[in-house]
Design a protein around this ligand. Structure first.
Ligand code: FAD
Length: 546
């Protein structure tokens, strides 16, 4: 059975309980996922534990860009631009289904952050540092050409524009596929497992104590080393161990709003100025456009941050400034989400000035904690942590392991010889299945080469084709992707909650029935699960106070 099958829980936990791991990773966001892949491919016996669903923290709530790091260029962080640019190129090669080229338009406006001369020089440097491919290099545009490219821009403040290259991803799918890649190579990963404490021997950590939240069972699992990759929760776990002194986390909140594409029908992503020199993205994605983000200090609840009316008003006003003919209003918003940045505190700096670089802390008892960083740099962050872990394993246990292997590790779903040929094959399959044509891109960008198997498994007896697709996706998620709740499915496996919320109500009952059968839910549990999805949908368009 696939180790990530939702029906494999008991045997998986029994097997895990029997062993001693070389490494336990706490946290199943992109940071933990990257470390799992790195450790497994170096030959370590590794286990990842996540208290909620995989990617349910910040790693499903980002702007979903595999950055080239243009904003770092503005702050003269040249090494960072070079590093994220190189990482972007590696990720594009290893996960072509999840890293989608996206032309970005930077409108140059009166009193804007970028002047013509700064953007011309800056983007030329960016093209070199970020290893931009020849066909994707920056292009400066006159005012007339900028308006031809994006006719809805504000003519009154526009001076010109430039097109440059960025890449879009789905953060939750990326996290999940990295975990799947590691598990296919012998790694272990368990979601809905809360790590509550550590096991010590001679004042050193030799394992963890935790609770499986699906089976409600308590466990003690042994490991030689433990890594804390819990993003915004990093200090909470460090504090369980010893008082946090010196460098600590600084939480900032970022929100995005989602509107139907016809309400903001942009032809490509646009990176524009707000009122105070901050930059905001508007990114088209299938039938929607999403806009974000904010960056404000945050001290509230970490698990489910809410979007406030003030934040929405700010994003709507900033959008109106650059797209004055598209008068977006509150009721145009079909979804929204908020994420918490786990940054490293820097005294006296504003949220948007704090560095996005990562930091590693090691406690006296040997807990290795990693915080900060970006989705884009997850591979290099993982290799940095693992170089350290390997050194410690060598010093303490004499264990020798391989160097980092992930530069050439294809991410699950990404083994596609020719993406254009595969796209046309999927187009034919989608057509034959009677599905709407937009599903080709959706399936390719969600599942890569696994899309074909999903399409081939469609139940032809189900007359409603959208329902047939959702059921096929659910069956795939049940057997390969540790899906345990309806929200796991509608939010992080398929992205429907954020990007196609309208599609959920007609599917909800059928998907809930299928899941009830697969996971032996009774009627009450099924109703509870349906209510949670309805609540999440309502929350995503009801905005409270900050
Ligand atoms: P998380 O994804 O939060 O993962 C930590 C996990 O640990 C959580 O799932 C949590 O449930 C789990 N956990 C906590 N405590 C325990 C415990 N006791 N036991 C078990 N598990 C536990 N980066 C980019 O490269 N590009 C972007 O476009 C981008 N945009 C962003 C926009 C916003 C608004 C934000 C907030 C961030 C953005 N980032 C972006 C940054 C990026 O999203 C984060 O750096 C990254 O997702 C952090 O991942 P993580 O794994 O460290 O944390």
């Amino acid at each position: 059975m696939n180790p990530l099958s939702s029906n494999n829980r008991e045997p998986l936990l029994a097997k895990i309980q029997e062993q001693e791991f070389d490494l336990i990773i706490i946290g199943g966001g992109i940071t933990g996922a990257g470390i799992l892949l790195d450790a497994t491919t170096r030959g370590l016996k590794t286990l990842l534990l996540e208290k909620g669903d995989f990617a349910s923290g910040t790693s499903s709530r980002s702007t979903k860009l595999i950055h080239g790091g243009l904003r770092y260029l503005k702050q003269f962080h040249l090494k960072l631009v070079w590093e994220v640019g190189r990482e972007r190129a590696i990720l594009y090669k290893n996960a072509p289904h999840l890293v989608i080229p996206e032309r970005m338009l930077l409108p140059l406006v009166i009193n804007g952050s970028f002047t013509k001369i700064l953007s011309r020089i800056g983007l030329a440097i960016y093209d070199v540092l970020a290893s931009v491919k020849p066909g994707e290099k920056k292009k400066m545009l006159s005012k007339a050409d900028t308006l031809k490219t994006e006719p809805t821009l504000n003519q009154d403040i526009l001076l010109g524009g430039c097109l440059y290259s960025e890449y879009r991803t789905d953060d939750a799918r990326l996290t999940l596929e990295v975990i799947k890649t590691a598990c296919a190579k012998g790694g272990h990963a368990v979601n809905y497992f809360n790590v509550e404490d550590f096991v010590y021997e001679d004042k050193k950590i030799v394992g963890i104590k935790g609770k499986d939240l699906i089976l409600s069972s308590d466990h003690e699992i042994k490991s030689k080393m433990t890594v804390n990759a819990t993003g915004p929760w990093v200090d909470q776990l460090r504090e369980k161990e010893e008082p946090v002194s010196g460098k600590r986390l600084h939480h900032t909140k970022g929100v995005h709003i989602v509107v139907p594409h016809e309400k903001l029908p942009i032809n490509q992503a646009v990176y524009f100025d707000d009122f105070e020199g901050r930059m905001v993205f508007a990114i088209p994605r299938g039938k929607i456009t999403y806009i974000g983000t904010t960056d404000t200090n945050y001290s509230g609840e970490l698990s489910n941050p809410r979007v406030s009316e003030e934040e929405v008003s700010y994003l709507l006003a900033a959008t109106k400034k650059i797209f004055p003919n598209k008068q977006l209003v509150l009721s145009d918003i079909i979804s929204s989400y908020a994420g918490i940045r786990p940054l490293i505190h820097e005294e006296g700096k504003l949220p948007s000035e704090i560095s996005r670089e990562d930091e590693v802390f090691i406690s006296k008892a040997g807990l290795v904690s990693i915080a900060g960083g970006k989705l884009t740099g997850f591979r290099i962050m993982a290799s940095k942590v693992m170089d350290l872990v390997i050194k410690k394993l060598h010093n303490q246990y004499g264990i020798q392991h391989r160097k980092c292997q992930t530069r050439h590790t294809i991410i699950n779903g990404g083994k596609i010889e020719d993406i254009l040929v595969f796209h046309s094959k999927l187009t034919t399959l989608v057509e034959k299945s009677g599905l709407e044509a937009s599903n080709t891109n959706y399936l390719l960008q969600n599942y890569g080469n696994q899309a074909e198997a999903i399409l081939n498994s469609l139940d032809r007896e189900i007359p409603d084709k959208d329902k047939a697709l959702a059921i096929a996706e659910l069956q795939f998620a049940l057997s390969h992707e540790s899906v345990f709740t309806l929200l796991d499915f509608f939010s992080r496996r398929t992205g429907r909650l954020f990007f196609n919320p309208k599609s959920i109500p007609p599917l909800l009952e059928a998907v809930a029935d299928e899941m009830s059968e697969a996971l032996s839910w009774d009627k009450n549990k099924k109703e509870e699960e349906i209510k949670k999805v309805e609540q999440a949908m309502a929350d995503s368009i009801n905005f409270g106070l900050s």
